[in-house]
Each structure stands twice: as structure tokens, then as C-alpha cells.
Ligand binder design. Structure first.
Ligand SMILES: Cc1cc2nc3c(=O)[nH]c(=O)nc-3n(C[C@H](O)[C@H](O)[C@H](O)COP(=O)(O)OP(=O)(O)OC[C@H]3O[C@@H](n4cnc5c(N)ncnc54)[C@H](O)[C@@H]3O)c2cc1C
Length: 349
């Protein structure tokens, strides 16, 4: 017998779960987010926060989805800011790419020296890209605080073990101790999505390690993405530089090792030589939620009232606003702005 009843239950309090909850709360009264530990402490805490619209050609729906989300970002940040006093570190139009494919405006040496004096180009072309970035460690607490102000209910330290269904309709969710009734359940459990009984989705973890550096002198001002060596870095509060990232199929292991930290540091110092003297401030890792074909998994399942929002892999911070947006449209039965066919959870049979 269910002890509590909600309009919508969201499994997972990462950036995806919180964004979905904020959108659903616009029309639904009783919305709850459940997390097996503290919300916002998994992949969404480990992420770099580049809002990088990757121009992949296959499937074209992915680029449309990424572009929509990048467009929604400024309004998404403003909306969160309107219900919290927490600071969000969000910067507009501040990315440089070095040695990569031609994208954006090509800069000459003088322009590079003015914009980013610490960068060593080594004669490689540098492009200025119209792209924003956000520090996820400031975004997550702000988004959670905003959700609380909007009376979204949080259940923390409680692991969902089963999505409960009867005939072809969702009834709610089960944890070890409690059953919650809900006519609407959204699985946003990231890399762990498939491990819930009745999940109807697929997921696997892809580990990413990062390091933050404390420069001895001047810090960077932009996101810098380099091709050779393949490394990226972002400015963080306090003059820190976040450097990433590895892409490892290592199961649910989340350890960060000193050798990897050293090689990320060395790669960063090739692009920004003054970082050779920087101190390693922190190392960490996170588990990106990937699907068997590495595309997002977004949409309805065969079970009425039960939806998936997962598989955001390397782009979940970017894709969060558009994910909330399309899930709200699907739930309302509205026509969807985007063609979500390639992302259907029902493609895994
Ligand atoms: C090193 C690194 C760098 C990255 N850089 C970027 C970047 O620059 N830009 C970008 O857009 N993306 C980036 N990403 C990807 C991004 O972090 C993810 O795509 C995104 O955070 C996924 O969000 P999520 O909410 O699905 O997952 P998560 O943040 O992992 O949240 C899932 C939540 O579900 C909870 N949960 C799991 N199972 C259960 C259960 N059974 N019951 C209850 N709760 C459960 C977990 O505790 C967790 O809080 C990066 C990732 C990593 C690791």
C-alpha cells in the first residue's frame, strides 16, 4: 500500500532530473525528486560545463537538440536565478579552439595575444567560438535551491529499486522501505538508469577524470579546447583552471589516479606554458551516462506514464534545458518541438 502519493516522481537528482522537475512543476502540483544519495553529486558535479554544440551530422536530430538547448540556456539560467540567491558562474561567448577544425572567427596572433595572453599557439590556427559555459558546481546547488523554493519535494538517501507497474500503466516507485504512488514517473538516474527493476532502458557508465590547477600567475579567461594535445580547460572561481578529461570504460569505478592527473596537467601546460608551474588543486572523476549507441534516451516507454530522460553522455549539462522542455511537452501530450525518434527508449529491444 503506497504511503505517499505524487503527480510526478523523478528518479535521480542530477542536472537532468532537476531540470525535468522544474519544467513539470509549472503545470503539476505535487512533484518529487528522489536520489539515493545527495542530489547533484554525481556526473553533474564532476562535469566541466562546456556548452559545446557539436556539429555531428548523424543523426541530424542530435545537432538540432543541442542547438535548441544552447539557445534556451540564458533563459534557463535567468529562470533559476529568479528563485535563488545562490551565485551561478555562467559566461556568454567565451570559447577558443586551437588546432581544431575551422569554426567561428579565425583570430590573428595579435588578437590571440590580447584575448588570451597566456595561450601558446605554436603556429596553430585559433578560432573564437560563440559558445557559453557554466560552472556545474555553482549551477547544481542553485538549481536544487530553486526547486525547493518552488515546492518540489525531495527524498534523499533513498534508492529506487523498482518502477511499479500494473498492466501497461505505471503505478509509482519502490525503495527498500517505502512505496510511493505516482501517475507519472521519469527515470533520470544517469549511469544507473538500467539498474532499477522494470527500468525499460539501457545505460552504462563512462568514466571521466579531471584536475583543477592553481596557476602561479595569470589564469585563463576562456574555455580553451585544443586538438594536439587533446585537452580542454575552463576558468573556475578563484583563478583555478579545470582541465579535462579522460574517457574510460571502467565500470562503476570512480577513483581518480595521480598519473592521469599528471598527464592532464602536462597536456594543459603544452597549451598554456605558465601552467607548468601551477599546483594541482584537486582531482576528481564522474560517470557519464551513456547508452549502447551513445545517443540520448529520451521519451515514453511502452508503459503508460513512465518516461526516460537519460543517456546524455558527454553533453548532459548542455542538454538539460532542452530535455526538461521536451519531457514537459511529451507529458502534456503536446506536439514536440523536436523529432525525438532516434532517442526513443523503445529502440532497445
Ligand atoms: C569529467 C566529465 C566532464 C564532463 N563535461 C561536460 C561538459 O563540459 N558539458 C556537458 O554538457 N556535459 C559534460 N559532462 C557530462 C554530464 O556531466 C552528464 O551528461 C550529466 O551530468 C548527466 O546528468 P544526469 O542528471 O543524467 O546524471 P547524474 O548527474 O549522474 O545524476 C543521476 C542521479 O541519479 C541518482 N540515482 C542513481 N540511481 C538511483 C536510484 N536507483 N534511486 C535514486 N537515485 C538514483 C544518482 O545518485 C545521481 O544523483 C561531463 C561529464 C564528466 C564525467
Amino acid at each position: 500500500v503506497p504511503t505517499h502519493s505524487f503527480d510526478a516522481f523523478i528518479i535521480g537528482g542530477g542536472i537532468i532530473g532537476i531540470s525535468v522537475a522544474l519544467e513539470l512543476r509549472r503545470t503539476l502540483r505535487n512533484v518529487a525528486v528522489i536520489d539515493r544519495s545527495q542530489p547533484g553529486r554525481e556526473a553533474s558535479y564532476a562535469a566541466a560545463g562546456m556548452l559545446n554544440v557539436i556539429d555531428v551530422t548523424e543523426p541530424p536530430q542530435f545537432s538540432s537538440f543541442a542547438r535548441l538547448s544552447a539557445q534556451l540556456y540564458p533563459a534557463y539560467i535567468d529562470d533559476i536565478r529568479s528563485s535563488t540567491s545562490f551565485h551561478i558562474d555562467f559566461q556568454r561567448d567565451a570559447a577558443l579552439s586551437i588546432g581544431g577544425e575551422a569554426r567561428g572567427e579565425r583570430l590573428d596572433e595579435t588578437e590571440v595575444a590580447n584575448l588570451e595572453p597566456v595561450l601558446a599557439t605554436g603556429g596553430q590556427p585559433v578560432y573564437r567560438i560563440v559558445e557559453d559555459w557554466v560552472d556545474p558546481r555553482t549551477l547544481m546547488p542553485a538549481a536544487i535551491d530553486c526547486a525547493k523554493h518552488r515546492e518540489i519535494h525531495f527524498v534523499t538517501g533513498s534508492e529506487v529499486t523498482e518502477v511499479v507497474m500494473q498492466r501497461d500503466s505505471v503505478q509509482g516507485i519502490k525503495t527498500e522501505r517505502t512505496t510511493y504512488a505516482a501517475g507519472l514517473v521519469i527515470n533520470c538516474a544517469g549511469a544507473w538508469s538500467e539498474r532499477i527493476r522494470g527500468a525499460h532502458t539501457r545505460s552504462r557508465p563512462v568514466k571521466g577524470q579531471m584536475v583543477s590547477l592553481l596557476p602561479a600567475g595569470e589564469s585563463i579567461r576562456h574555455v580553451i579546447r585544443a586538438k594536439d594535445p587533446d585537452v580542454y580547460m575552463l576558468p573556475r572561481q578563484g583563478g583555478l583552471v579545470a582541465v579535462g578529461a579522460t574517457v574510460e570504460e571502467a565500470g562503476f569505478d570512480k577513483s581518480a589516479d595521480p598519473d592521469t592527473a599528471r598527464s592532464l596537467h602536462a597536456a594543459a601546460a603544452k597549451v598554456v606554458p605558465s601552467l607548468a608551474q601551477a599546483r594541482i588543486h584537486q582531482t576528481w572523476s564522474g560517470l557519464r551516462p551513456a547508452s549502447p549507441d551513445d545517443l540520448p534516451v529520451i521519451g515514453p516507454t511502452a508503459v503508460r506514464g513512465y518516461f526516460i530522460a537519460g543517456g546524455h553522455y558527454r553533453n548532459g549539462i548542455l542538454l538539460a534545458p532542452a530535455t526538461g522542455h521536451v519531457i514537459a511537452q511529451l507529458v502534456a501530450g503536446d506536439e514536440c518541438t523536436l523529432d525525438l525518434a532516434p532517442f526513443s527508449p523503445q529502440r532497445f529491444k
